[in-house]
Design a protein around this ligand. Structure first.
Ligand SMILES: C[S@@+](CC[C@H](N)C(=O)[O-])C[C@H]1O[C@@H](n2cnc3c(N)ncnc32)[C@H](O)[C@@H]1O
Length: 228
């Protein structure tokens, strides 16, 4: 997996853009929606606003990080792809990055208030999903929050994008029920999931409608989060 994403260190954004071109939307539309969701999560989950130590697991080249500027007190990013981490560091000097090779995350117990992983779990072999969640839990302090953002396998346009994405050939998609079950099996509490990226518009009416329909598995992606 590390080698695969090492090879996309210079053209990751272009590869994603190519796979979603049929939608008429740019990569930034999706990144802004994810960043807004994470900002909202901080508030809804009662994390200290402005004082959150956050970790992005599987951050890749750090595409999401410019959109998270000012959202947290500190932001760390880590990935198994060393080349992606080098590129992320060049592009985002305010974020602290680490590459790692072992299943264990390179951080101490309870080091973060929030850990999130965006479009990562479907690249982790299913046999390692529980270990991935256990590690996410280990690095979050008691009362902190973990969140994954994943493709919704029930959305046909998401399926098409995955089919067209050159680095998604081995992806194993998981639905929100499976994500909730993984959070539950690894000891998390207050597990919630919501679907988003349903409508191709950032207007407030579209966002309100999307929030109303979030329990249904309609949106292109979903977020599942829980407390430690
Ligand atoms: C589709 S990219 C997503 C990158 C970034 N999170 C984003 O949303 O733009 C998937 C990333 O997960 C990383 N990855 C795969 N398995 C991983 C693991 N076990 N631990 C950490 N990162 C992993 C890959 O190296 C790659 O950078």
């Amino acid at each position: 997996m590390a080698e695969l994403f090492d090879s996309y260190k210079s053209n990751y954004g272009e590869a994603v853009a190519g796979s979603i071109r049929f939608s008429g939307l740019g990569h930034d539309f999706f990144l802004i929606a994810k960043a807004n969701l994470l900002r909202r999560l901080v508030v809804e989950r009662g994390l200290r606003q402005g004082g959150v130590r956050a970790l992005d697991i599987g951050c890749g080249v750090g595409s999401l990080h410019p959109y998270l500027e000012g959202a947290f007190e500190s932001l760390d990013g880590c990935d198994v792809s060393e080349q992606s981490i080098l590129r992320a560091g060049q592009d985002n000097p305010c974020v602290t990055y680490r590459a790692y090779t072992t299943p264990r995350l390179p951080y101490g117990d309870g080091a973060f208030d929030l850990a999130f992983a965006s479009c990562v779990v479907h690249h982790v072999p299913p046999a390692s999903w529980l270990d991935f969640f256990r590690e996410m839990r280990r690095v979050v302090r008691a009362g902190g929050v973990a969140c994954i953002i994943e493709h919704n396998p029930y959305n046909p346009l998401t399926r098409l994008a995955v089919l067209r994405c050159p680095f998604d050939q081995d992806a194993v998609l998981l639905n929100a029920a499976k994500a909730r079950s993984l959070f539950q099996q690894t000891g998390f509490q207050d597990i919630r999931s919501e679907h988003f990226l349903l409508l191709p518009s950032a207007r407030s009416f579209a966002k309100k409608l999307e929030r109303l329909l979030a329990p249904l598995p309609l949106g292109a992606q979903y977020a599942c989060s829980a407390h430690v």
